[in-house]
Design a protein around this ligand. Structure first.
Ligand SMILES: Cc1cc2nc3c(=O)[nH]c(=O)nc-3n(C[C@H](O)[C@H](O)[C@H](O)COP(=O)(O)OP(=O)(O)OC[C@H]3O[C@@H](n4cnc5c(N)ncnc54)[C@H](O)[C@@H]3O)c2cc1C
Length: 328
């Protein structure tokens, strides 16, 4: 069996690893320049003076499923994941509370270390944006063909697994895909990520801060995560989901100013003076409306992704594995 997987994020990699363990031929295609999708890291510098790294997508992940735990335990042993014992707090009505919950894990030395580790030895083509998935050329041809944005095609696949966000899946999946209504009904929130690089370490008494009722809902001291450079200060600031949806098309300078203003008050310093400031818009960040099933099954075409299971890294891993198993 020859299977094409669309997307080299956590769900695509999980599907590929599951199929490969059963000796299936797998080829992954991704439009980006690197693997990992939303589990990603941004690099910046101002000449030779300072270098910064920001995990600007997933901040950390939690582990409940026993099979996912076994994978993460192995990744911890191999040095690409570590527990993050963060000083986590949330601010409510002017009071600070401990933000305890499940144990947090991060990729080390950066978030994309985990997908890179899972991607090793897999057959992955990067920089290849798929425009359409269609059934083979002739009447009797039951195989699948991928049509790419640059006009090229790849034909002869026995099965397809799509792991792209729902709005993108809607565009590329064949019109006759049986579960299209579930794809169309799935929705995701926008999120702006503001990355602030400082030339000296930060002096906050927390590593992560959650807040309500502001344009932002999350600040993380990225440089406080295990394995990160400590000679500079890096802050990752996320906008709140409803605010982001409402202002998704707003002027970027305005968005940046709003977020900097909120964050400066919370960090206690004027962040607009920082030597590095960058804003990234995630059109599809967290799940707003999810089908809440491990994957959506068609005839030799499966649809997976974190959004099938309500979002998050563990959900992505489980969904990819479920799609592979459904095919097998
Ligand atoms: C700002 C932000 C904060 C987050 N914080 C957390 C957190 O703290 N904890 C947590 O557990 N999760 C968090 N998440 C969610 C987590 O990142 C995702 O659940 C997970 O990474 C999704 O993996 P995936 O493989 O399902 O999707 P993705 O990572 O989105 O992978 C899909 C891949 O498909 C590719 N693709 C899309 N369209 C095409 C096309 N047409 N052709 C080819 N390739 C295509 C993309 O380039 C991408 O690589 C966060 C996400 C964001 C954006």
């Amino acid at each position: 069996m020859n299977v094409a997987i669309i997307g080299a994020g956590i769900s695509g990699l999980s599907a590929a690893r599951e199929l490969r363990s059963k000796d299936v031929n797998v080829k992954i295609f991704d439009k980006s320049r690197g693997v990992g999708g939303r589990m990603s890291t941004r690099y910046a510098s101002n000449g030779d003076a300072n270098h910064w790294e920001f995990d600007h997508g997933a901040q950390f992940f939690t582990v409940q499923d026993p099979a996912f735990k076994a994978e993460i335990d192995q990744a911890v042993k191999d040095g690409v994941v570590a527990p993050w014992d963060a000083r986590a707090v949330y601010l409510k009505s002017g009071e600070i509370y401990a933000d305890n919950g499940r144990d947090r894990f991060v990729g080390t030395p950066r978030m994309n270390s985990l997908p890179k580790y899972w991607a090793r030895d897999l057959n992955i083509e990067l920089g290849r944006r798929i425009q359409r998935v269609v059934k083979g050329q002739g009447n009797k041809d039951e195989s699948w063909t991928l049509e790419f944005e640059d006009g090229s095609i790849e034909a002869g696949f026995d099965a397809i697994i799509s792991t792209v966000p729902p709005a993108q899946a809607e565009l590329i999946l064949p019109k006759g895909f049986a579960k299209m209504p579930s794809v169309k009904a799935a929705e995701m929130h926008v999120c702006f990520c503001l990355m602030v690089g400082l030339s000296a370490p930060l002096n906050t008494d927390w590593d992560t801060l959650r807040v309500n009722d502001l344009p932002i809902n999350w600040i993380a001291v990225n440089s406080a995560k295990p394995g990160r450079k400590r000679d500079v200060g890096t802050l990752v600031i996320h906008s709140a989901p409803e605010w982001s949806d409402e202002h998704s098309e707003a002027d970027r300078d305005w968005v940046q100013r709003q977020m900097l203003q909120s964050a400066s008050a919370l960090v206690g310093m004027p962040l607009d003076q920082a030597p590095h400031i960058a804003l990234h818009r995630w059109l599809y960040s967290s799940s707003k409306a999810s089908p809440d099933v491990p994957c959506l099954r068609g005839d030799k075409i499966m649809v997976a992704g974190d959004w099938c299971l309500g979002g998050r890294v563990q959900g992505a891993w489980l969904s990819g594995r479920a799609a592979a198993r459904a095919l097998l």
